[in-house]
Each structure stands twice: as structure tokens, then as C-alpha cells.
Design a protein around this ligand. Structure first.
Ligand SMILES: Nc1ncnc2c1ncn2[C@@H]1O[C@H](COP(=O)(O)OP(=O)(O)OP(=O)(O)O)[C@@H](O)[C@H]1O
Ligand SMILES: [Mg+2]
Length: 275
């Protein structure tokens, strides 16, 4: 369980990245979504005790992030957004070193590392120097660390950004196998929809929505997305949302009809939808 109470982060230059954020997440896998700069990484860094909040508090499984910082550190794994492994150490060496540093015996670490690297689709390159791997492969080494870490809580900040669709699915199934509670940040709406019991939508440091996929889809229930006409304009795309019952009237127009997904919830936040 992750709880925050009026959590606020004001960086030295005055940027308010988190603005009195209060929320409770208790799913096995919870997701953070929100536009660039919404405060997701700031929140993840604070929860994983790498950054101190300006005010407010947060409690993870009963441990206060400030008071119980030392204890909590042993119970969490955090994979930062920008993390990239470097050097000539192989994926197997990277994950093994990580696990032994966490206290696992060398033999167990090698075994667990192999299982995790296989699970994320790196089975064929476990011994290859990391600097000879592709960007996505490097990213997956970190996912393998998270999978094998076996801590109570795992924070994954955009684990699948830049991965091809098949790799992304490999990571999804690997993430589902993690026994820990997970807080995952993503810009892929289908990923949040696919994996997460609860989804928190952040916007300029505030919570704009929190719920299951179905709860978040509720305001758009019974509607379809119409592309090619309408009043929501994003770049050159014109969008509209109409009742399913009225959709047949649009078939002879030059438009595309699509079922509602989490992406539509995201796009229409703060926009009045006519019924
Ligand atoms: N070290 C810092 N100093 C000053 N401002 C910062 C710092 N780190 C982040 N910010 C600002 O805080 C806000 C939130 O940033 P954050 O990285 O938490 O967003 P994010 O939701 O993770 O975005 P993205 O989806 O692009 O990763 C942004 O306005 C950003 O410019
Ligand atoms: Mg971020």
C-alpha cells in the first residue's frame, strides 16, 4: 500500500512538481500516467527515498519515507527513467552483481539473473558485452533486475519506453510474474490498461483521476471516438466523441470510428464532452 498525504515538491528554481498530492494505491500493480512534466518521476523518486519532499508525507506498507528511510530502502527496488547500463560487463554480470549487492548468495544470484534475463527476452545475449547491445536491450537489463530483486515494492519509471511491441509484451508478462507490489509509470495507455489494477493520472503535480480502467472509462461510456471531425484538435487531428447510437449517421462521412480506450480518457481530461 502506498499512501501520500499532501505531498509537495518545490525544486530550488521554484518549480512546483508535486502540489499537495494525496492518494492511496493498493493494487498489485498500480500505474502513474500523465503528460511530460506532470510530476511522475518526481513522485517516484520521493517514494523510493532518493529525493526529499518539501512538505507532506508518504507511507509505504506502513513505513514512513522519511522516518523509516533506512528500513524502507531495503524493501524497495527502483528503476529510474534514464537508467542505462554501461561498459563491457554482460547482462548476466550486471544482474548478478546487482543481486549480490542486495545480499543474495552468488550461486542464487546467477540462477535468478538467468531466469529474469530469459523472461525479458535477453536469453541469447546474457554473455554479450553490454555496450554492444541495442538501446532496448540495455533497458531490459534493468527490468530483469527489478524482476529478480524480490523486494516488497518495485518502482518502474517508464520501463518500456523505446522498446519494440514484442519486447514490450515480453516485459509485460515478466512484470506480471513479479511477486512485489509495483508502481509503474508509462506513456503507453494500452500498457496501463493491460497491466494495472489502479491508474493514477497526474497533471501539473496534482491528481486528476484515480481508479480502475473501467472506473476511468465511465464518463465516456456508450460513446465512440470519431476521427476526422469535431471539436478537440490535437496537432492536425480533429476528434469528437459521439453516442454509439448516433455513430451510424456518420458512416457516409469521411471519418474513422474507434472504440473508447484509456487514451480518450487522457485526451478529454478537462474537456467538456457533450452527450
Ligand atoms: N532537478 C530539477 N530541478 C528543477 N525542476 C525540476 C527538476 N526535476 C524536475 N523538474 C521539474 O518538475 C516538473 C516535473 O518533472 P518530472 O520529471 O517529475 O515529470 P514527469 O511526469 O516524470 O515527466 P516525463 O513524462 O517527461 O518523464 C517539471 O516541470 C520539471 O521541469
Ligand atoms: Mg518522468
Amino acid at each position: 500500500m502506498i499512501e501520500t498525504f499532501e505531498l509537495t515538491k518545490r525544486y530550488d528554481d521554484g518549480t512546483i512538481a508535486l502540489n499537495s498530492l494525496t492518494m492511496k494505491l493498493d493494487s498489485k500493480i498500480s500505474c502513474l500516467i500523465g503528460r511530460n512534466g506532470a510530476g511522475k518521476t518526481t513522485l517516484t523518486r520521493i517514494l523510493s527515498t532518493q529525493l526529499k519532499p518539501t512538505s507532506g508525507k508518504a507511507v509505504i506498507n506502513g513505513y514512513d519515507i522519511e522516518r523509516d528511510r533506512k528500513t524502507l530502502r531495503k524493501k524497495i527496488t527502483s528503476i529510474p527513467q534514464e537508467a542505462k547500463p554501461m561498459g563491457i560487463a554482460s547482462p548476466l554480470e550486471h544482474v548478478t552483481m546487482y543481486l549480490t549487492a542486495k545480499g543474495m548468495s552468488f550461486r542464487d544470484a546467477v540462477r535468478e539473473a538467468k531466469v529474469a534475463l530469459e523472461a525479458v527476452g535477453l536469453g541469447e545475449v546474457i554473455d554479450k558485452p553490454t555496450d554492444e547491445l541495442s538501446g532496448g536491450m540495455k533497458r531490459k537489463i534493468f527490468v530483469a533486475m527489478a524482476i529478480s530483486s524480490n523486494t516488497d515494492v518495485v518502482f518502474l519509471d517508464e520501463p518500456t519506453t523505446g522498446l519494440d511491441p514484442i519486447s514490450r509484451m515480453e516485459v509485460w508478462s515478466a512484470v506480471r510474474e513479479i511477486r512485489s507490489k509495483i508502481l509503474l509509470t508509462t506513456h503507453y495507455m494500452e500498457e496501463a490498461q493491460e497491466l494495472c489494477g489502479q491508474i493514477a493520472i497526474l497533471d501539473r503535480g496534482k491528481l486528476r483521476g484515480l481508479g480502475t480502467v473501467n472506473e476511468l472509462l465511465e464518463p465516456l461510456k456508450g460513446k465512440v471516438r470519431v476521427e476526422g471531425m469535431g471539436d478537440i484538435i490535437i496537432g492536425k487531428t480533429r476528434l469528437s466523441y459521439v453516442d454509439k447510437t448516433k455513430a451510424s449517421e456518420l458512416l457516409d462521412k469521411n471519418v474513422t470510428l474507434k472504440p473508447i480506450t484509456l487514451e480518450d480518457v487522457f485526451i478529454t481530461m478537462g474537456v467538456e464532452i457533450e452527450s
